[in-house]
Design a protein around this ligand. Structure first.
Ligand code: GLN
Length: 277
């Protein structure tokens, strides 16, 4: 350890040789119990032994592929700070597109019922609930551990207009109707080699892959959603960038109208939507 540099700037330079620069800053700030911006004003400060050791162990785990969000225990999404752990998918920036499209269909001044299926950390449900305080948001997940995280995130972000239910997709919503149903379900094909690479290896398999073509969850949601939507209600689904055509086909076959797919910032087909007639 003696030849390893110990100032903030030196530790960052050391880490940047092995991992992404922003990740290095997040990990060092976490090890020091400071904010990322603190680092920039204290580049020459010496890093104490405990924080140093803690940082090196986080660095090693990051090099081995553990997602930064799991290492520091939180992830920013929309305007929220969400606690995340191995029971939940790490919310992705591209999912903000789904939130935007859902918000565009939820009036600010009306009491609208919204469902988020497979809520994980609560990212989608809580973003919508926060932006639309009059909406009544119901979030479901089959994993009790994920629901615990989502409930904790609601409390942490002072959100009271979201409730959480345990169940597969629409199971816990039987007999109820919503104006908007949104979901970012698992959509990677079982056995896809990406599942064995990078950060995905550390995330819950049930949040990532679903059936031989990855579309099993989406098929179930599309089939069940009409019974849980008011006439003219919207279903919005995030999916893989090569699945747009297939998802539009499923929505059309199920009788949805105004079906289309919206591209993400990387110009890839990412969210398909339709409304009941
Ligand atoms: N809805 C959560 C998110 O978008 C979890 C998605 C999932 O686990 N597939 O982050």
């Amino acid at each position: 350890m003696t030849n390893i540099p110990r100032s903030v700037a030196e530790l960052l330079a050391h880490a940047r040789r092995e991992i992404d620069g922003a990740d290095a800053e997040l990990l060092l700030a976490h090890a020091l119990g400071k904010s990322r911006s603190w680092l920039f004003a204290h580049t020459e400060d010496p890093v104490g032994e405990d924080a140093h050791a803690n940082f090196l162990s986080l660095l090693q785990r990051r090099v081995a592929g553990e997602p930064v969000a799991y290492l520091i225990g939180s992830q920013g999404f929309w305007t929220l700070d969400l606690q995340v752990g191995p029971a939940t998918l790490v919310p992705r920036p591209e999912t903000e597109l789904l939130v935007e499209l859902a918000l565009a269909r939820i009036p600010v001044d009306a009491v609208v019922r919204v469902a988020d299926l497979g809520t994980g950390s609560g990212a989608i449900a809580l973003s919508i609930a926060k932006e639309r305080p009059r909406a009544q948001v119901v979030a479901t997940d089959a994993s009790p551990e994920a629901l615990k995280a989502a409930r904790g995130n609601a409390a942490r972000n002072h959100i009271a207009n979201a409730e959480f239910r345990c169940g597969d997709w629409l199971n816990s919503l039987a007999g109820e109707r919503f104006e908007v149903i949104a979901s970012n379900p698992p959509y990677i094909a079982d056995g896809d080699p990406h599942l064995q690479q990078g950060d995905l290896r550390f995330e819950p398999a049930m949040a990532l892959s679903c059936g031989p073509d990855g579309l099993d969850a989406i098929r179930m949601i599309v089939a069940g959603a009409p019974a849980c939507l008011h006439a003219g209600g919207w279903l919005l689904l995030e999916h893989g960038w090569e699945q747009g055509e297939a998802v539009r086909g499923l929505l059309l076959d199920a009788g949805f109208v105004e079906v289309r797919t919206v591209r993400d910032l990387e110009n890839r087909e990412r969210v398909s939507l339709g409304r009941t007639s």
